[in-house]
Design a binder for this molecule. Structure first.
Ligand SMILES: Nc1ncnc2c1ncn2[C@@H]1O[C@H](COP(=O)(O)OP(=O)(O)O)[C@@H](O)[C@H]1O
Ligand SMILES: [Mg+2]
Length: 361
């Protein structure tokens, strides 16, 4: 049976004074695919190793199904772990590698053979029992590592950048397979990655980390559509961030003056106020049309010139310089009917004020 995990105000200060994890709090639900996402050095591995029991928190507590396990040794936690470098035993066969955890638990030979067989079938490696790791591809080695972790029927599976060494195609296939396996087994899975696309594609929920702290916890759509901080908006996908002073105009009650004549109407939900504010606007939320001479709608459109284009296949990314000199990214689908712009084209940008996301700094 899989478990829930509660991380309650956990900090980790390493010898030498590095505060790797700083007052992290989050609740991971039973059966959930939960990702820790953030740039290198933000404390993902340290957090995972504290859940696994390889590191002890300097303060705070970790609870599994409500029971405090902060000081329970790793081998008594019933957790499986998969590492980026696989950490397979090079001189042992696939079957021996997978059997390792079962032997440690003292199971009889027939049971071990049956469980190893079932685990290898689960990761689609049946028939490769007698190979050694060096005789396998990277993807197959990663599957062995996965089989070794799940064969003990852990309550929690912990994965530290497990797909980082694979090329893109294989990585996408393994993402799909790992997710299917996790759902099939009903496993609680904590997945560490610095790859935002991977986290968005795989997770039920994501914790975005920065400098040892959690910036935001949410579903992939929440994290992408409603980032709460500037860091999250910037780290997840491409985005345009504007910073300015709140103002009102004759036509717009609640707007942001971002300088050089550019005024952005704030979402209707914002209400009026004063002060400095940052907002994010995703490139695909902006419509790009051939420049019109008609006056632009107050607060939700602007004129500009295409500086350069980046053809992505299914979409085109444009960098546009506005008359206000702001540089803006615009993404348009590569639909059959819409024309593609080229550098130097005069364009008009239009957006919906409700698509602006107000950020905490
Ligand atoms: N054993 C250690 N001793 C001292 N500092 C460490 C140790 N492990 C990690 N750190 C430091 O803690 C911070 C977080 O590291 P880590 O958890 O590995 O981040 P991530 O996995 O997000 O890249 C980094 O500044 C790193 O250099
Ligand atoms: Mg790491």
């Amino acid at each position: 049976m899989s478990a829930s995990i509660e991380i309650a105000g956990v900090s980790k200060v390493y010898d030498g004074g590095v505060r790797a994890v700083d007052a992290v709090a989050m609740d991971i639900r039973q059966g959930e695919f939960f990702s820790l996402l953030g740039p290198s050095g933000c404390g993902k591995t340290t957090t995972l190793r504290m859940i696994a029991g390889f590191e002890t928190p300097s303060s705070g507590a970790i609870r599994v199904d409500g029971a405090d396990i902060t000081h329970v040794p790793a081998h008594k936690r019933d957790m499986g772990m998969v590492f980026q470098n696989y950490a397979l035993f090079p001189h042992r066969t696939v079957a021996e590698n997978v059997a390792f955890g079962l032997r440690m638990r003292g199971l009889d030979k027939a049971t071990i053979t049956a469980k190893v067989k079932a685990a290898l079938a689960m990761v689609e490696l049946s028939g490769l029992e007698d190979r050694r790791p060096a005789q396998l591809s990277g993807g197959q080695q990663q599957r062995v590592a996965l089989a070794r972790a799940i064969v003990i029927a852990p309550r929690v599976l912990l994965c530290d950048e497990p797909l980082g060494a694979l090329d893109k195609k294989l990585r996408q296939q393994m993402q799909f397979e790992l997710k299917q396996l996790q759902k099939k087994l009903g496993l609680t899975l904590v997945f560490v990655t610095h790859d935002q696309e991977e986290a968005l594609a795989m997770s039920d929920r994501i914790a975005v980390m920065n400098g040892g702290r959690v910036e935001q916890v949410g579903t992939p759509t929440e994290i992408y559509n409603q980032p709460t901080t500037r860091f999250v908006a910037d780290f997840i996908g491409d985005t345009n961030i504007f910073r300015g002073e709140r103002t009102t105009t004759s036509t717009v009650a609640s707007a942001l003056d971002v300088g050089k004549g550019l005024i952005l109407a704030l979402p209707p939900t914002e209400g009026q106020g004063t002060g400095v504010l940052s907002v994010a606007l995703r490139p695909e939320k902006i419509r790009l049309i051939t420049r019109t001479d008609a006056a632009t709608a107050a607060g939700s459109s602007a004129h500009g010139i295409v500086e350069n284009t980046n053809f992505l296949g299914g979409a085109v990314l444009y960098r546009v310089t506005l008359e206000s000199a702001h540089r803006v990214l615009v993404q348009q689908p590569n639909a059959g009917t819409s024309r593609l712009f080229v550098p130097g084209d005069g364009v008009t940008l239009e957006w919906t004020p409700a698509d602006l996301v107000v950020l905490k700094d």
